[in-house]
Write a new protein. Structure first.
Length: 53
């Protein structure tokens, strides 16, 4: 039976991994937010223009 040798991360390496993951999650969220905001603003503009016709 093979024993798997565990590799421990330093606290700094772990912190860097968390920061990198946080940045990735923020970019995903921010991209989705910008897309939603763009659709919302387009809808608002469409509604405004329909009132002025």
């Amino acid at each position: 039976m093979n024993k798997i040798k565990q590799k421990y991360l330093s606290s700094e390496a772990y912190r860097q991994m968390l920061v990198k993951d946080g940045e990735r999650r923020f970019q995903e969220w921010h991209g989705a937010f910008i897309k939603y905001q763009k659709k919302f603003l387009q809808d608002q503009e469409k509604r405004r223009s329909s009132f002025s016709d």
